[in-house]
Write a protein that binds this ligand. Structure first.
Ligand code: NAP
Length: 293
């Protein structure tokens, strides 16, 4: 039976370490690391995530400033806000909650975030540096960093390991692939056009799934003793649950835990790591901007 990878506990440890480092930073510099968030529109899920990020900042001793804009906000208005935040010396990190409304050119907005404040790591300069050998991105995206941290916490040496990364989004799959390759893993990047997914997952020492499809990965698709990281968050109807649904990942947990050596639960696996790594990036932004590292 697989051992659970307790993302919640690991994330709590990281958040406690960040809080200690923030206190030391503030004592040394007189500055409080500050995150600005930008939320456009009234998507309940996005608003929930932004609130969670503000709470996390507060509990780490950081400041956070929220900008909530209506769904009708124009490209020019959003660009103008970003320029203001870029120029505002009191702001260390800028987080634009995605997705943005359809009429907004999302990539243009992401690329407008000043590289030294790009704590989400989605600016093309940061991703470009991650993709090039010998270059160091200033920031890498939080969820991929969280996945890497989970693997290191369970003591995995990635050198030469076969990894099946399922999903190739800019948010998760592609940057995780780059981080894994930089750590000398051999990565197979699977996606919706992959012909026989099980052929790839069965060869993998580590299977990471970021698709958004319940039961995509079952135990019989896994190699005995592998590690399974389930990034996805799917709502499935459940009459016995208070809200009428429960959260599951891409992995059929019951069959997978019989085959894997380590597995993340959903919820409580990758999710808590994302916020923890955002705090790590925001502290890093403040330290680099105030030149204390
Ligand atoms: P996304 O942008 O929708 O990307 C999904 C990826 O899955 C795409 O690359 C797609 O392939 C691939 N895919 C679709 N069907 C497939 C199939 N049958 N077999 C193999 N690959 C398939 O999603 P995302 O933003 O990366 O998010 C993925 C999941 O992770 C979602 O459930 C999301 O809620 C969750 N998530 C969790 C966290 C966290 O903190 N835990 C953070 C971010 C996202 P194509 O490229 O060919 O279309």
């Amino acid at each position: 039976m697989a051992e659970l990878i307790d993302g919640k506990a690991i994330a709590a440890g990281i958040r406690a370490d960040v809080a200690t480092a923030v206190a030391a930073f503030t004592a040394q510099t007189g500055y409080v690391p500050t995150l600005a968030t930008v939320l456009v529109g009234d998507d309940a899920g996005s608003a929930y995530y932004v609130r969670a990020k503000h709470r996390a900042c507060k509990s780490a001793g950081m400041k956070s400033v929220g900008h909530e804009l209506s769904a009708e906000t124009t490209q020019a208005e959003l660009e103008s806000l970003l320029k203001t935040l870029n120029d505002d010396d009191s702001i260390d990190g800028i987080l634009v909650q995605l997705p943005l409304p359809k009429h907004i050119d999302e990539q243009r907005i992401i690329d407008l975030v000043a590289i030294e404040k790009d704590v989400d790591g989605f600016n093309v300069q940061n991703i470009g540096a991650l993709a090039m050998r010998g270059r160091e991105p200033r920031f890498s995206p939080a969820t991929p960093l969280g996945i890497m941290r989970l693997l290191s916490e369970i003591g995995v040496d990635l050198n030469g390991k076969n990894v099946a990364m399922i999903g190739r989004s800019n948010l998760v799959g592609t940057p995780t692939t780059l981080l894994l390759a930089n750590a000398n893993a051999t990565v197979t990047l699977c996606h919706s056009r992959t012909r026989n997914l099980a052929e790839h997952t069965r060869l993998a020492d580590i299977v990471i799934s970021a698709v958004g499809r319940p039961n995509l990965i079952t135990g019989e698709m896994l190699k005995e003793g592998c590690i399974v990281i389930d990034v996805a968050i799917n709502e499935v109807a459940d009459e016995t649950a208070k809200r009428g649904y429960r959260l599951v990942g891409d992995v059929a947990f019951e069959s997978a835990e019989k085959v894997a050596a380590h597995i993340t639960p959903v919820p409580g696996g990758v999710g808590p790591m994302t916020i923890a790594m955002l705090l790590v990036n925001t502290l890093k932004a403040a330290q680099l901007r105030r030149a204390t590292t």
